[in-house]
Design a protein around this ligand. Structure first.
Ligand SMILES: Cc1cc2nc3c(=O)[nH]c(=O)nc-3n(C[C@H](O)[C@H](O)[C@H](O)COP(=O)(O)OP(=O)(O)OC[C@H]3O[C@@H](n4cnc5c(N)ncnc54)[C@H](O)[C@@H]3O)c2cc1C
Ligand code: SF4
Length: 326
């Protein structure tokens, strides 16, 4: 582990000033990703700016019925928040499916958005990895790739985005609010994480030094239900092999509105407009769910060890839709 500087900010303005418009420094939230990767010399910031005391730790209901979540709200607090449990069940379920209680007590909303891939080659400084060291190659392409992505991959990188929370936020059409030296920006969730293309080291839309301050969720129409299903090698303390977040409103036995996102199979939290188009206006029937799953996985590109994810993801979606409409 390399030496690094440390400063603690008391306000957003102070945090921006202490960090500066650079990629050399890093904001320190719960530290469950950053300290981990600093110890492995995978992330080596010159300075960590502690943002735990900025007051961004509240969940507020907006006048239009939406929700405003501070970037420093802990994953546990968000999961157990009464409004989240009542109106955005998919978000609570996704958070509780992630990591362990101890980790969730530390991990924050902003940090969860920014967590890095669990690809073992990325975490191992000796392996070629285009994400960690651009141009060095990708050891996963012909290596151990059972846990890797089948959607959104490129010739440079096939790593999954590991977050559960982000899958729910993609289906809920969240907006990420960020603050930088040029003021505030609002980033639609689908544009926040980037596809790897030939620059897999560039994972998100943040400019150097920008700080995530809030995530907002729009109000859901009355009668909307949501659900998160995570399939993994063991029932707790394990990342998703495939997961599905569904937000659905039915009326008279037909699907009036449906939003679908996948985890564990995409290089970013994977919203499936293809599945949504199939579901829209159709009867609540298993064959419709299956058609939606086929559409969602139509462009899947499996590698040597992860072809099983294609069917697993389809089954995750069918089962999630059955559960949410039951
Ligand atoms: C053993 C283990 C198991 C896990 N299992 C799961 C799982 O099953 N599902 C899952 O979803 N996650 C899992 N995680 C990941 C965990 O959810 C993340 O580590 C956590 O959410 C990161 O939040 P943090 O506050 O600790 O971030 P930090 O580690 O403090 O920061 C992470 C990154 O975000 C940046 N950052 C933090 N806050 C901000 C901000 N406000 N603005 C801009 N940048 C910011 C930091 O600079 C850093 O680059 C696991 C982690 C571990 C260690
Ligand atoms: S899949 Fe991506 S993160 Fe993993 S080794 Fe290849 S380039 Fe690195």
């Amino acid at each position: 582990m390399q030496n690094f500087g440390y400063e603690r900010a008391g306000t957003v303005e102070e945090a921006l000033r202490q960090h500066g418009a650079t990629r050399e420094n890093a904001y320190l939230a719960g530290g469950t990703t950053l300290i981990d990767l600093a110890k492995l010399n995978v992330m080596q910031p010159q300075k960590m700016v502690d943002v735990n005391r900025l007051g961004l730790d509240k969940v507020e209901t907006l006048p239009d019925g939406g929700l405003k979540i501070g970037a420093m709200v802990r994953n546990s607090d968000l999961a157990w928040n009464a409004t989240v449990q009542e109106r955005y069940a998919v978000l609570s379920e996704s958070l509780l499916a992630g990591a362990s209680p101890q980790l969730r007590n530390m991990a924050t909303t902003g940090g969860n958005l920014m967590q890095r891939t669990r690809c073992t080659y990325f975490r191992d400084n000796l392996s070629p990895c285009n994400k960690r060291q651009p141009g060095s190659g990708c050891a996963a392409m012909d290596g151990v790739n059972r846990g890797h992505a089948i959607l959104g991959t490129s010739e440079s990188c096939i790593a999954t985005h590991p977050s559960d929370m982000c899958v729910a936020m993609a289906a809920l059409e969240a907006t990420v609010l960020v603050q930088g030296d040029k003021g505030e920006r609002r980033i639609p969730f689908g544009e926040f994480h980037l596809l790897p293309g030939d620059t897999p080291q560039k994972e998100h839309d943040l400019l150097p030094g920008e700080l995530i301050t809030y995530v907002t969720l729009p109000a859901l129409a009355a009668g909307t239900k949501s659900y998160y299903l995570k399939l993994r090698d063991r029932q707790s303390y394990e990342f998703a092999l495939a997961s599905a977040a569904v937000v659905v409103r039915t009326e008279g036995g037909r699907i009036r509105e449906a939003r679908v996102a996948f985890g564990g199979i995409g290089t970013k939290p994977w919203r499936s407009k293809e599945a949504e188009a199939v579901l829209h206006g159709k009867p609540v029937e298993e064959k419709v769910f299956r058609a939606a799953a086929e559409a969602a996985l139509k462009n899947a590109k499996p590698h040597k060890e992860n072809a099983f994810k294609v069917e697993l993801a389809k089954q995750a979606l069918v089962r999630a839709l059955q559960t949410v409409t039951a």
